[in-house]
Design a protein around this ligand. Sequence first.
Ligand SMILES: Cc1cc2nc3c(=O)[nH]c(=O)nc-3n(C[C@H](O)[C@H](O)[C@H](O)COP(=O)(O)OP(=O)(O)OC[C@H]3O[C@@H](n4cnc5c(N)ncnc54)[C@H](O)[C@@H]3O)c2cc1C
Length: 263
Amino acid sequence: MKILVTVKRVEDPESKIKVKPDGSGIVTEGVNYKMNPFDEIAVEEALRLQATHKGEVVIVSMGKQDVQTEIRQALAMGADRGIWVKHEGAMDPDGASRLLQKIVEKEKPDLVILGKQAIDDDQNQTGQLLAERLGWGQATFASKEESLESDAEKNKVPGIKITGTSAQVVREVDGGLEVLELALPAIVTTDLRLNKPRYATLPGIMKAKKKPLEELNPAGLGVDVTPKVAVAKLSPPPARKAGIKVPDVAALFDKLKNEAKVI
Ligand SMILES: Cc1cc2nc3c(=O)[nH]c(=O)nc-3n(C[C@H](O)[C@H](O)[C@H](O)COP(=O)(O)OP(=O)(O)OC[C@H]3O[C@@H](n4cnc5c(N)ncnc54)[C@H](O)[C@@H]3O)c2cc1C
C-alpha cells in the first residue's frame, strides 16, 4: 500500500517564543525548528503499517527550502521518498489542503496520514479540509486502545488496523474510545497517544541523503495559495506573578487549603 504523510516544520516548543513589539508575528532569531510532533507520530504509524503491509511511504512538506530538513528526517526514520512544494510566505490550511489535494490526485495513495494539528498555529483543519476536497472518509485524532507502555507498543504494532480495503481507527472521545471503520482511500489525523516515534539511526541518516526528493511548486500544481485568513495581531500572554518557595509539604498543604482554597 502507498501511504502519504505530511510533515510541517514548526517552532521547537522548547524555544523561548517572543512576540514582535508590533504584534505582527514572532521573533524568529534564536528560535529552533523541528518536525511538528504530531507529524513524527504520523511518520511512525506509516512505517509500522509499511512493515506489515509492504508498499511505499511518501513524505510531503510545503514551505521554504529549510523544510527539506524535516523531509530528510522522515526519510532517515525510514520513509522512501520526499516531495517538497517550494513556497515562500504565509499559507493557511485552505492553501495547504488545496496543494495536498493535487499531490494526492497525482500520487493516488491508499492512505494519507497527517498530524491532528501543527503546534505553531494550532489550526486543526488541514486533514478535515483535505478529506472534504477529495470526498474521502476521515478519522481524526487517531489513538489506540493499548497504552504507550504496552507490549504492542514495544513491538511497534500499528494502532491503525488495515484489512483488505478498509481501515479501523480508534479515537479518544469524552469518557472513552470510539472505533471507526473507513473505506480506503482515507484520511487519518494523529493524536498524541497513537505511538512513540522512533529516532533516526546513523545508517538511516546516511541513507536518507540519497533518497529521492521531488521539487514542485504551487503554480506548477495550478494552485493559488494566497491565504484567505490573515493573522491580524499576536499578543503575548499576561506576565505571571512570581512564585514562592515553601519550606515543606505541610506548608504547601496549608497554603493550598487556606490561601488558594483549592483542597
Ligand atoms: C505536541 C504537544 C502536544 C500536547 N498535547 C497536550 C494535550 O493533549 N493535553 C494538554 O493538556 N496539553 C498538551 N500539550 C501542552 C503541554 O502539555 C503543555 O506544554 C504543558 O502543559 C506545559 O504547560 P506550560 O507551557 O504552562 O508549561 P510550564 O510553564 O512548565 O507550566 C507547567 C505547570 O506546571 C508547573 N510546574 C512546572 N514545573 C514544576 C515543578 N518542577 N514543580 C511543580 N510545578 C511545576 C508550573 O508552575 C505550571 O503551572 C501539548 C504540547 C505539545 C508540544
